[in-house]
Design a protein around this ligand. Structure first.
Ligand SMILES: NC(=O)c1ccc[n+]([C@@H]2O[C@H](COP(=O)([O-])OP(=O)(O)OC[C@H]3O[C@@H](n4cnc5c(N)ncnc54)[C@H](O)[C@@H]3O)[C@@H](O)[C@H]2O)c1
Length: 121
């Protein structure tokens, strides 16, 4: 892995706080690792506590800053709780990666709309 990928060069996200949903696996987990390597503090959101713990151990070993939030993003109250916890624990919120989702053809686009930006406000 190159220096810029590991974050040892310029850290493009230094000082930023990112909420990333679905960080227990796949794309969300990869984003959480990349963002922390680029200097962001990440709030890692997922349903699965074991996966979050595994991610937290990796990020801690790398010296990154990560807070885990075990919630269900299909629940509006859980999204609001997440925002409150992020502001309390990490002090600000700059980036939202609304990654967690369920492909449920033919209703996939309706599901995506249901967890749009207004869900988080
Ligand atoms: N991987 C692909 O090829 C692909 C293609 C098109 C779209 N996508 C979309 O990209 C996103 C990520 O895909 P992936 O392959 O990395 O998924 P994945 O299944 O590897 O990981 C999804 C993560 O989201 C978590 N999650 C699921 N529902 C949740 C909920 N309600 N609340 C909180 N966390 C929840 C799961 O626990 C899991 O850790 C999904 O929205 C998926 O639909 C993926």
């Amino acid at each position: 892995m190159s220096a810029s990928e590991t974050g040892s060069a310029a850290q493009r996200l230094a000082g930023q706080v990112a909420v990333i949903t679905g960080t227990g696996s796949g794309i969300g987990r990869a984003m959480a690792v990349l963002f922390t390597r680029q200097g962001a503090a990440v709030a890692a959101v997922d349903l699965d506590a074991d996966r979050l713990e595994n991610l937290a151990q990796q990020i801690e070993a790398e010296g990154g800053r990560l807070a885990t939030v075990r919630v269900d993003v299909t629940r509006s109250e859980d999204c609001k709780t997440t925002v409150h916890r992020v502001l309390e624990d990490l002090g600000r919120l700059d980036i939202l990666c609304n990654n967690a989702g369920i492909i449920q053809r033919p209703r996939c686009w309706r599901s995506a709309k249901r967890t749009g930006i207004t869900t988080w406000l």
